[in-house]
Design a protein. Sequence first.
Length: 148
Amino acid sequence: MGNDIVIGGGGNDVIYGGGGNNFLFGGDGEDIFALRLADMDGGLNYIADFTRGEDILRFDDLFSNQSSDMDKLLANVAWDSNSQSFKGSDGDSAISLKIEGDKATLVIQADSDHSKTFVLDHVNFADIGNDAAAAQDLLNDIIRVGMG
Ligand SMILES: [Ca+2]
């Protein structure tokens, strides 16, 4: 469960970085960057080539009652002008999204013991601005919970 470099192929890949800090590259195709709850060790997954509309982040077993909790988190996402980021929380669970240039930093906290940071690099999120509804739509587009 150390720090890994994972390079996808030209087709559609399911890419697990696992625990620790990982460098992930999906290559062409519609790639799934997947994470298990056990991998949420406070580490960082850097995704070098996240492609909006093609690639997704998948959380296999994030919550015991999976989709409803992510729905709650996303429903609570609001712009926080102090941190210049979007934040949503529900109990011990939280999500935040900060967009800087062509880089987005997404932090998902499942509970007080499990969190993971994702850096999506070379992505154009300029259309989001500070519009919380647009950020919710974006997160809905790129996040899947559960393996189904
Ligand atoms: Ca690929």
